[in-house]
Design a protein around this ligand. Structure first.
Ligand code: ARG
Length: 460
């Protein structure tokens, strides 16, 4: 009996070896085993409560499943491709152990509602882990932001020096992105956390099942309310992969910045050696491999999103074998994201910031030109006129190869007599920062306010 299929009675010849391999999913879906067993135990408990399964059968199923979990954890479970997938492997093993009670387990269900339940249980656990890891990465960025709430760096637009910001403020931009990522994950979890079991193959079942009870046993918030939708819906998988893609996109942006900042041409930061590698030919090299790989792996996760959207496009109701292709993209998305978040939290703790290089870059870029324009507006000049005055001032400073803060008061007054001695307090990077003192601005006290707000949210 070991190698015959549950449906072999219907067929006159066995499937070819190639087809068997092509259609089997056990090589990858075996990682769902413990979630499959959790779902089976809840199903059996519900069948027992409804009078479909007797006391002895339920006890045997529980005992057999406990042994199977122990076998799997000990590496004593032989997964067979002949048995196609995780569901039939576990069921056959159960029947080998406990006989007829094992054969009764599948009453009132199908692999279609079973696999949809398994994936949802698995994905819920992944989301819970991801939300914690996002918070850990946010904490490591907040620590860095706090150390550098006053550290001046150039803010860029078009990758040209624009205006001074603090490094802390820059880090907080990523804390915001990750905050939205965590919200999206938590929101997606609501739609993951609904029970398909009870839909059976597609139309429901003739047995007196209690789906709300099964949902409660498994910690689902609700049941799926249409049996056809229950077995065929993979929206939740697409939503998760979309949310994961955005996290990876955010981290690819930070990675790009780290790579740029670590280039000796820029020299804003150093990344701890344990996150870098050398070159086999160039002895001087220290390469930012980890951020480069994160940048690369973001493409892989976005690829999984496209794969899943395309998988579902034009699929007729209800279950189709196509859906077996949901697992590998989903597994790889979660694995990639979890590894990336873990390594990132650690890597950000190992970053050395070089404030002198950042400050020097600010001074080279006329970063306080807007501050001079704003200063003139506050003295009564219309903004468009002040913009022109400052453009001429910058041109002059550039010809002299100095910053506008280095020009004497007499020189500055050649451009506008509104300029007085107090101008110098807005022309320094620190003066520029201090004036952007409103919610969301880069003034150091605003940066500290945001850090405290995020910390309170993460603690709460
Ligand atoms: N291995 C299958 C999957 O991953 C389980 C469901 C199979 N159902 C079926 N009717 N062939 O989707």
């Amino acid at each position: 009996m070991q190698d015959t299929h549950a449906w072999s009675g219907r067929f006159s010849e066995p499937v070819s070896e190639l087809v068997k391999k092509y259609t089997a999913s056990v090589t990858f879906d075996k990682r769902l085993a413990e979630f499959d067993i959790e779902g089976s135990l809840a199903h059996a408990t519900m069948l027992h409560k409804s009078g479909v399964l007797g006391d002895a059968d339920l006890a045997a199923i529980r005992d057999g499943m406990a042994q199977i979990i122990a076998d799997i954890r000990a590496g004593n479970f032989d997964w067979s491709v002949d048995l196609e997938d995780v569901h039939m492997n576990v069921e056959r093993r159960l029947t080998d152990k406990i006989g007829d009670a094992g054969k009764r387990l599948h009453t009132g269900r199908s692999r279609n509602d079973q696999v949809a339940t398994d994936i949802r249980l698995w994905l819920r656990a992944q989301i819970d882990a991801i939300v914690v890891l996002i918070a850990e990465l946010q904490t490591s960025l907040l620590d860095l932001a706090e150390q550098h709430a006053d550290t001046v760096m150039p803010g860029f637009t078009h990758l040209q020096v624009a205006q001074p910001v603090t490094f802390g403020h820059h880090m907080l931009a990523y804390v915001e992105m990750l905050g939205r990522d965590a919200e999206r994950m938590t929101d997606c979890r609501k739609r993951v956390n609904r029970l398909p079991l009870g839909a059976a193959a597609l139309a429901g079942t003739t047995f007196p099942i209690d789906r709300h009870y099964t949902a409660q046993l498994l910690g689902f918030d609700d049941v799926c309310h249409n049996s056809l939708d229950a077995v065929s819906d993979r929206d939740f998988a697409i939503e998760f992969t979309a949310a994961a893609s955005l996290v990876m996109v955010h981290l690819s942006r930070l990675s790009e910045e780290l790579i740029l900042w670590m280039s000796p041409r820029v020299g804003f930061i150093d990344i701890a050696d344990r996150f870098c590698t050398g070159s086999s030919i160039m002895p001087q090299k220290k390469n930012p491999d980890v951020p480069e790989l994160v940048r690369g792996k973001s493409g892989r996760v976005v690829g999984h999103l496209i794969a899943l959207v395309t998988l579902m496009k034009a699929q007729p109701l209800a279950y189709n074998k196509d859906n077996q292709e949901d697992k590998e993209p989903l597994f790889d998305t979660a694995d990639t994201l979890i590894d990336t978040l873990r390594i990132y939290a650690d890597m950000m703790r190992g970053i050395t910031v070089k404030p002198a290089a950042m400050r020097a870059a600010v001074l080279q870029g006329f970063a306080t030109a807007t501050d001079l324009a704003d200063y003139l507006v506050k003295k009564g000049m219309p903004f468009r006129d002040s913009h022109e005055v400052v453009a001429l001032t910058v041109r002059h400073a550039e010809q002299q190869s100095v910053d506008i803060a280095d020009l004497s008061l007499d020189t500055l007054r050649q451009f506008s007599t509104l300029i007085e001695q107090d101008v110098y307090s807005v022309l320094t990077p620190e003066g520029s920062l201090a004036q952007r003192d409103h919610v969301g601005g880069t003034a150091p006290n605003q940066v500290r306010f945001q850090i405290a707000r995020h910390r309170a949210r993460l603690a709460g």
